[in-house]
Every structure is written in structure tokens, then in C-alpha cells.
Design a protein around this ligand. Sequence first.
Ligand SMILES: [Fe+2]
Ligand SMILES: [Fe+2]
Length: 415
Amino acid sequence: MKRKLGTFETLYTLFIAGLGFYVLARNVPDLSRPVEAFFLLLLVLIGEYSPVPVPRGDGSISVSPPLLFTVAVLYGPGLAVWIACIATIRKKDLLGQVPIPIVLFNRGMLSLSIYGFCKVYALLGGVQGVFSLARDVPAFIAAATTYTVINAFLVSIEFAFMLRTSLISVWRTNIIWSLPNMFALFPFGLLMVLVCAQGGPLYLLIFLLPMFVAKYSLEKYIELRDAYAEMAGALANAIDFRDSYTRGHSERVAEYAVMLAKELKLPDDRVELIRYVGLLHDVGKVGIRDAIMKKPGRFTFDEYEEMKSHAKMGADMLMGMKFLGRGQDWVRYHHERWDGKGFPDGLAGEEIPLEARILACADSFDAMTTDRPYKQRMSFEDAREELLRCSGTQFDPRVVQAMMAVIDKLIANRK
Ligand SMILES: [Fe+2]
Ligand SMILES: [Fe+2]
């Protein structure tokens, strides 16, 4: 379905589109060698074919920038801005699946980015049509950096509008991870310029294969991230299915923990990790006997000891999962208490990782507000009082404070 743009987003997209079209009008392409120009257009079109989507939002990354750099250095801004504008039009743009202001914005944004490249390159002594490895590399790097920065900056503002979030959050989630890939394309671009300057544009064909390999690795990286999330979700279901009373528990703990982490202004990468660890925090329960897991009444001392072992067991199970990083510790310590009376290691205060303190609070809140075999569920309001009562003993007071705001939001959403 086509997205509806807000007023400010429309104004911003049309402003960038307008600037881009001004640049296009001022830079008429030199078409004295039409076959060459058409061939370059075709190459960028191929480079743009099925671009790699970014993890969130509607954006994507293409491997055609090095080609555009080559056109900019050897053929000048006229051809570069027009090819950047035309060759990047996608099927969904033509089929009307993208709002028109966004289609125009993308044209403007790309024209401006490559125009920025040309300007900086010329300013630093680069001469159109000739390229000397000894003289022009710094100008090329500076120009390519300019292209990347303009592009990333304009796109992140648009994403901030689209995702209704802050520029910093967009930068962290959608931009930063893609920058190393962009910078890695610079040497590739340099090589293309050299080869094209020496042998002509036909030689650029030899770059298509490595270009697609680069695109393929990016796609795999994104698929891998999605696979982690799916795997964590599947494991969470497996844990919760063992006990009908805790169905959905892991999902809810992950949701509350994410809300808490955001409330405490943790960076997005840590928030994302908390989501995975929230889903997996009770994974050690798969090693607990059914007789204990499904026991309707209270535990004996020995049974409780066995139940407690799930925290340590869960952490051990996740040991080999590199992508969870310190997340195993958070699983291990999710039953520690602020006053040091928790398990498995009896850590106290800030000895317990913040994320484990967050999980402890989210975990207890869900336990209080869902029916259990031995007790009826509490209302959100009563659970809020209980958390406040245990602040400074069972829970970190700072986390409880943040949880108050989270509960307010949960109550508001329920109404
Ligand atoms: Fe637990
Ligand atoms: Fe739990």
C-alpha cells in the first residue's frame, strides 16, 4: 500500500527534489558520444538492478556509486547527474507503488550527491577526462566522501520523517552499519576510473561480477540479522509452549525490556540485543524436568533449587552464539537482586549488568500481571505498587523509575 506523507515530509522531499532539478537543468549532458553515454547509463542501470534493502524502513543500498564516480571523473557533472537521476528509477517507482514526492526526492537527492562529488573533485584540482593515480587520489577520496555524506544526510532526514523517530536513531539503525560498505566501494571506484581512463568504458564490464558479489554479501548480512530474530522467536515459543501458564511470557518480557531500555535511553544496538535476550532469557527452562515445570503448587526446597538452575543453564546454552555477545551474562543474571539476595551468583547493585536489571524488572512485571498456578494475576496498577515497594531491595531504583513510565504507556495503550 502506498504510504501517506505528512506535511513537513512532503515539503522536505519536494524541496530536495527542487534543488536536484535545478542542478539537472544547470548541467546539460555532453551527448557528442551518444553510444558511450547510453552504454554508461545501461551499466548504472544494471548496477542498480535489485538493490539491497536496509534492515528497517523503505531504503536500499546499491553498488552503482563507483560507476557514478567513474562517470563523474571522466565525463563530468552533466552526464553524471543525469545518469544518477535516470538510471536509479526503479520498477516500483514506475508502477506507482512509491509516493510521487519520494520518487522525486530520490532523483533530487542522487543528483545533488553526485553533483557534490563533481564540485569537490574539481575544487581539489581534479580535471575532467584525465585521471592520474599520483595526483588525483586524494581529490577522488574527498569527493566520494562528500557524495556519501550528502546522500546519508539527506536520506536519514527522510527516514526520520518516515519512521517518526529521531535523526540519531535513524543514523544508528539504518546508516552507520552501511557506511563501511560504502567506503569499501571507494577503492573499487578508483580502479574503475583507472581502467576506464586507460581502456574505455567497455572495460567496465569486468567489474560487474565483483559488484554483484558485493551486493550478494550485503544481502546475506541482512538475511542473517533477520534469521537471528526468527530463531530467537522460535526458541521463545518452544520455551513458552512447555508451560501453558507462561505462554507468551518471553515475547512480553522482550517487549517490556525493550520499552525499558528505550526509556533509559540505551543505544539502538543494545536495545536490539535486549530484544533477543528478552526472548531467550528463560531458554534454560528447556533443561528443567516436566514434573517441576508443570507443578501446579509451590516448590519444595530441592525443586526450587532445580528451577533456579535455569538461569545458569540458559547462559551456558547460549555460550556459542557470538551474535549475542555479552547477552549470555544478562541471561545468567536475570534473577539477581539489587540487594544481593538473588541467584545464581548473589551479585548486588551495579555488579549486575544494567541489561540484566532491566530483564529482572520486565520478567517480574510479567509474572505479576499474568495468571500463575499458585496465584491470580495482579492489575497493572497493583503491580506498579509492588515494584515501587521492592525498589532498592529486589530492583534497581533507576530501572523501577523507568518502569513507571513504561507502565503508564501500557495502561494508555490498553484504553
Ligand atoms: Fe527466569
Ligand atoms: Fe522469565
